[in-house]
Design a protein around this ligand. Structure first.
Ligand code: NDP
Length: 238
């Protein structure tokens, strides 16, 4: 199950995971985009189902998990990647509505997913990867709501890893650095210094391509990463 699969990192993951042989349920709000990606994957011989919906909506998340179980016979991997945030405003300049939306999509959304995915994985074992951010480990000077939300994603990850590790379920987070996606383009439009600043602080001096994050997620979900749990794995160009 991949959330945030209609664009950016999640769409790259949909293409990569299915190319690697996984059967995948795609979730995001824009059904038209998910249908397009699913058609492309099916044309390439991949197995995919669409379960469009909002990660804030518990019924929609439950439905996506049920789609995996009913169509593919279970759920043993989840990439909880849907996210949203604004940066570039100081605390007192940030709308309360933006704060609430940021916490809702990133924190409540990840919570909803874990709550419905983990009981299925208790039966079969499994692996979860949640998308946090470099903003989940440090703050760069503007964007406190997003920083708080991505720190919370890391907290949820570590707590769930500790709770479910004894039952054969691994839970990790990706610490994603600046990646060329819709979210990043919107952030740069709102706060132009971000582009140069983010690249300057990285060793590799460039943004990631979404596929670079997707490949790391695939590895972390797979048995190749069987002794890694509760981890915060950087994909940030150094
Ligand atoms: P995109 O904007 O390209 O993708 C975000 C995805 O999340 C879209 O598929 C969007 O789909 C989905 N989404 C947003 N809100 C909801 C919601 N309420 N319910 C369901 N799906 C939702 O950005 P990215 O690919 O960059 O973002 C993916 C993740 O990576 C996010 O968690 C983001 O915070 C994180 N990240 C990104 C970085 C970057 O530099 N790009 C850096 C660090 C972390 P739809 O609109 O159709 O619902």
């Amino acid at each position: 199950m991949i959330t945030g699969a209609s664009s950016g990192i999640g769409a790259a993951a949909a293409r990569w995971f299915t190319a690697e042989g996984a059967a995948v349920v795609l979730m995001a709000r824009r059904k038209d985009k998910l249908d397009e990606i699913a058609a492309e994957i099916r044309a390439a011989g991949g197995r995919v189902e669409v379960a469009a919906g909002d990660v804030i909506d518990t019924d929609a998340v439950e439905q996506a998990v049920a789609t995996a179980v009913n169509t593919f016979g279970g759920l043993n991997g989840a990439f909880n990647n849907a996210g949203w945030g604004t940066i570039g405003t100081l605390v007192h300049e940030t709308d309360d509505a933006d704060f609430e939306k940021t916490m809702d999509v990133n924190v409540r959304g990840t919570w909803n997913c874990l709550k419905h995915q983990l009981p299925v994985m208790l039966e079969s074992g499994g692996s979860v990867v949640n998308t946090s951010s470099t903003a989940g480990t440090f703050a760069t000077g503007a964007g406190a709501a997003y920083v708080a939300a991505k720190h919370a994603v890391l907290g949820l990850t570590r707590a769930a890893a500790a709770e479910y590790g004894p039952y054969g379920v691994r839970v990790n987070a990706l610490i994603v650095g600046t990646t060329r996606t819709e979210l990043m383009e919107n952030a740069i439009r709102a706060f132009p210094p971000l582009e140069e600043g983010a690249v300057a602080r990285q060793i590799q001096k460039r943004m990631a391509d979404p596929i670079e994050v997707a490949r790391t997620a695939a590895w972390l979900l797979s048995d190749h990463a069987s002794f890694i749990t509760g981890g915060a794995i950087p994909v940030d160009g150094g």
